[in-house]
Design a protein around this ligand. Structure first.
Ligand SMILES: [Zn+2]
Length: 430
């Protein structure tokens, strides 16, 4: 007898009519026609059952602070950083924890059960770190929160940050961050990449840097990051976040850069929602849409995970906690429109990001944690198009969030009375 059986699901890889059985918080069987009894049975009715969504780039210490102490008028990254600087001295542990917990509630309702959050270490009080460590413990039963020590104001640009970053790692933050394009000079940026990779090598940690989040094609810190990754033997442990300058780089240069990144086994974490909003602010027309080169990186075998970056904070006033919004924007902005492309973008908000974060037991294979999301869509392409209701969100075999099936009632003579958006999915053989 199983604890839970989900009947007749479609899986992200396209398999249909699959039953998934859960025993002792793990997936015990994935096959058609499971007949054994179960404590609970859920009929998926042919809908898509996915592993949980994963956000590999977020700022949990800033989320839901929109409007504090004022709005970002120019809409630029730099005004966002300045605004956060105004807000920072007023931050309290209690308010940070309260906002983060509220955000995690929203995340769970969207089936988002793993988040990598950068945590600002620019204020030597480190209230942000204290608060996020507390949040990490409190949400652990339902959401995996990974923390990056992030020097928002630059590692060398402000005194005391080197020591504060080191202290944050001592306190239990598990990943080394950076922001080389915001250091005072290109040289300081390159020096920061080297110093931060050295720290990661010495401590046996992963690296995830905000890297080249600018429209300046000469912002090439990603090259230094790839080189230092190899030099310090950090292959497979380093991610470059944003990488928007790559949008504007010379094609010849990129043809040299991408193999360097692949050699270093670096991962890329683009954030399409926010970078569509922030980049190109100094352009007239044509206006660059500062998203990094996702299709070219995928062709090169560089793992791509998509992040939200921000939800309702000084940098980005929008955001819903839904990683399908992120995939939806990526499909449009990078013109990844085929069925296969959309499946790849679905992977970029699920399995790719889980791999980049090094999540243990993630997936729908036998032996994995019984963490799953049942969506009101028939397949991955439909999930991205509809961004549908998460009917069931399951953690360790228990339903932790539910949303009813979305249906509209029509009053049109001679037309159907009830409309289900998921029933509009075309049946294309793939
Ligand atoms: Zn960020």
């Amino acid at each position: 007898m199983f604890d839970l059986v989900i009947k007749n699901a479609t899986l992200p890889d396209g398999r249909t009519g699959v039953d998934v059985a859960v025993q002792d918080e793990r997936i015990a069987a994935v096959e058609p026609g499971i007949t054994a009894e179960a404590g609970q049975t859920i009929d998926a009715d042919g809908l898509l059952l996915s592993p949980p969504f994963v956000d590999p780039h977020f700022h949990m210490d800033a989320t839901l602070s929109l409007g504090l102490p004022r709005m970002n008028v120019s809409g630029t990254l730099l005004e966002g950083i300045a605004l956060w600087g105004e807000l920072r001295p007023t931050l309290t542990t209690e308010a940070l924890i309260d906002r983060a917990l509220r955000y995690c509630d929203l995340a769970v309702s969207k089936g988002l059960l793993a988040v990598r959050s950068h945590v600002d270490v620019s204020d030597p009080r480190l209230v942000t770190v204290e608060a996020m460590l507390e949040v990490r413990d409190r949400v652990a039963p339902y959401l995996d929160l990974q923390l990056v020590a992030f020097p928002q104001d630059g590692y060398y640009r402000k005194t005391g940050v080197e020591e504060a970053l080191s202290r944050a790692l001592d306190m239990g933050v598990e990943i080394v961050g950076g922001i080389p394009h915001f250091e005072r000079t290109m040289e300081d940026g390159a020096r920061s990449v080297e110093a931060l990779c050295r720290i990661a090598a010495d401590r046996g940690l992963m690296v995830d840097m905000h890297c080249d989040e600018t429209d300046d094609p000469m912002s090439r810190h990603v090259e230094t990051l790839a080189a230092q990754t190899v030099r310090f033997g950090l292959q497979g442990r380093v991610a470059g976040s944003h990488l928007t300058s790559m949008h504007s780089m010379d094609n010849y240069y990129v043809s040299k850069l991408l193999p360097l990144m692949a050699e270093a086994q670096m991962a890329a974490i683009p954030n399409p929602l926010i970078n569509m909003m922030l980049q190109g602010r100094h352009d007239t027309y044509p206006k660059r849409r500062g998203l990094t080169r996702i299709p070219q990186m995928m062709e090169m075998g560089i793992p791509v995970g998509l992040g939200q970056d921000c939800v309702m904070d000084p940098w980005y006033s929008m955001g819903t906690g839904d990683l399908l919004d992120v995939a939806h924007m990526a499909v449009h902005a990078t013109q990844l429109g085929s069925i296969e492309d959309k499946r790849a973008m679905f992977d970029a908000v699920t399995v790719n990001s889980a791999r980049i974060m090094g999540l243990e037991g993630y997936g729908l294979d036998v032996g994995c944690h019984a963490d799953m999301v049942l969506l009101q869509a028939r397949d991955t392409a439909e999930a991205i198009r509809l961004r549908p209701n998460r009917l069931k969100v399951i953690r360790r075999g228990k339903v932790i969030a539910e949303t009813p099936v979305e249906r509209s009632r029509l009053s049109l003579q001679g037309r159907p009375e009830v409309l289900n958006p998921a029933s509009y999915a075309p049946r294309i053989a793939v």
